[in-house]
Write a protein that binds this ligand. Structure first.
Ligand code: ADP
Ligand code: MG
Length: 232
């Protein structure tokens, strides 16, 4: 009886994930198929072909994001941790995210205060965490003309602080309350899994997050992580 109970719970959990994943992936998939059909038309002008290929690429990138967000929350956190230079990681991620910021007319500013702050984490997971916060900040600003995201490194003796600030749409107290819970999203194409993973990771590293936000006025996240005690 017990085994079948556990089995049922698992099947239910899997069905739930499968259903929402299918739901997320179906729209971009349908869109790519539609545009491929259009591109097939031999008399389609070259600029239309280029335009449709751009759309397809965007949709495929979206699918890639959805899959990596689902994978990140469903996989156990990586056992392999190493010392990471936060400033280095932030710059690397900012480079990766710059085209996305440009696409959304958002200025991305990195201020590392020329500090070398080291934390202990799985490298890929720390990168994913940074991407998640920065991506959200960019998306929060996407509807304004003077959107700006500032990423600042703060440090004390025991803690690394990472501030991610935007002047975007902001959040209500009710929304702030729900941050990090599975599937919480206010976006039409959001998975609501980015912060679930990020909060999990921060907790597992012994860190914490504080949020200040106001509707219409933007949001400020501060992530605090214990600094690495290893000597190099
Ligand atoms: P998703 O981005 O797929 O919606 P996330 O887990 O990354 O999922 O974020 C969950 C929700 O938290 C977002 O849908 C949004 O409502 C809110 N949020 C997160 N970061 C910000 C931000 N910088 N500004 C405003 N809202 C935010
Ligand atoms: Mg997100």
């Amino acid at each position: 009886l017990f085994i079948s109970y556990v089995h049922n719970e698992r099947v239910q959990a899997i069905s739930h994930v499968a259903a929402s994943l299918a739901h997320e992936v179906r729209n971009p998939l349908t869109s790519v198929m539609g545009f491929l059909k259009l591109i097939r038309n031999p008399s389609l002008p070259r600029e239309k072909v280029d335009q449709y290929i751009d759309v397809c690429t965007e949709e495929l990138v979206r699918m890639q994001t959805i899959l990596s967000e689902y994978l990140a929350v469903s996989r156990p956190l990586g056992k392999h941790r190493e010392e990471i230079d936060l400033s280095e990681q932030i710059h690397a991620v900012a480079d990766v995210m710059t085209p996305y910021a440009n696409m959304n007319n958002v200025k991305l500013v990195v201020d590392d205060g020329s500090m070398s702050v080291r934390v202990e984490s799985n490298r890929d997971e720390m990168k994913q965490l940074l991407i998640n916060f920065i991506k959200n900040a960019i998306e929060a600003c996407s509807n304004r003309s003077d959107g700006m995201v500032v990423i600042r490194l703060l440090a004390s003796n025991h803690e690394a602080g990472l501030l991610i600030k935007d002047n975007g749409i902001g959040m209500s107290p009710e929304q702030i309350e729900r941050l990090g819970t599975v599937y919480f999203s206010t976006k039409s194409t959001g998975t609501g899994l980015g912060l679930t993973f990020s909060y999990q990771l921060i907790r597992s590293l012994g860190g914490r997050v504080t949020v200040r936000s106001e509707p219409e006025n933007g949001t400020e996240f501060i992530i605090r992580l214990p600094v690495s005690s290893a000597r190099s």
